[in-house]
Design a protein around this ligand. Structure first.
Ligand SMILES: Cc1cc2nc3c(=O)[nH]c(=O)nc-3n(C[C@H](O)[C@H](O)[C@H](O)COP(=O)(O)O)c2cc1C
Length: 177
């Protein structure tokens, strides 16, 4: 048995580069989900862990859309750099990602499917262009065996930096601040 760790863990994936922005495109120096994860890190005492793809996603939007379609079709588990974070001893794990084709990127499944979720409370969040949480909550509910799934929060990518009050309120509802 490992000692319990009272601090929540936040595991996220985010891709910098060309992306959707108010109907057009922009080049994100830092991905929207990473901005949100860092904001959460300013608001609560949490350990942040960023998932990095062993084969990095292109900064090109269309190339990433095409790769994601392939990975969804194949139900791929894209490899992740370095060891996956252990959930041992954690009571709460926040999981965050963009929405890709109305689902979570397949790399989230690489992590989720390898982790031991029994007894853990999962607090999901997404950034997105229009799809909200998409299928994220259902997918975590199905894949995180033995976990309970708390209320999720979806923030439009363009609005992340303005969304501190909504994020604070959501963390409060989750009992995290
Ligand atoms: C491959 C790809 C697919 C996307 N699919 C969707 C989608 O189905 N619905 C949506 O609302 N936004 C979609 N988006 C937009 C992203 O979810 C949004 O820009 C998000 O904030 C990006 O987060 P990131 O910068 O952390 O990667 C997609 C973006 C990419 C690159």
């Amino acid at each position: 048995m490992s000692a319990s760790n009272p601090r929540p863990l936040l595991v996220y994936f985010s891709r910098p580069g060309e992306n959707y922005f108010n109907g057009g495109r922009t080049d994100l120096a830092v991905g929207n989900t990473k901005v949100m994860a860092q904001l959460i890190g300013e608001l609560i005492d949490v350990d942040l862990h960023e998932l990095q793809a062993a084969d990095p996603y292109s900064r090109d939007y269309d190339a990433t859309v095409a790769r994601n379609v392939r990975e969804q079709d194949e139900q791929a588990r894209p490899a992740i750099v370095g060891p996956l974070p252990s959930l041992a001893g954690r009571a709460t794990v926040l999981v965050g990602s963009p929405i890709w084709n109305v689902q979570i990127p397949r790399i989230m499944r690489t992590f989720v499917d390898a982790a031991k979720w029994s007894g853990i409370r999962v607090v999901p969040f997404t950034t997105h262009a229009m799809s909200g949480l998409g299928g994220a909550v259902e997918e975590y509910a199905q894949a995180c065996r033995g976990a309970t799934i708390a209320e999720g929060l979806a923030v439009r990518g363009e609005r992340v930096r303005d969304s501190r009050p909504a994020i604070e309120a959501w963390l409060g509802r989750a009992g995290l601040r």
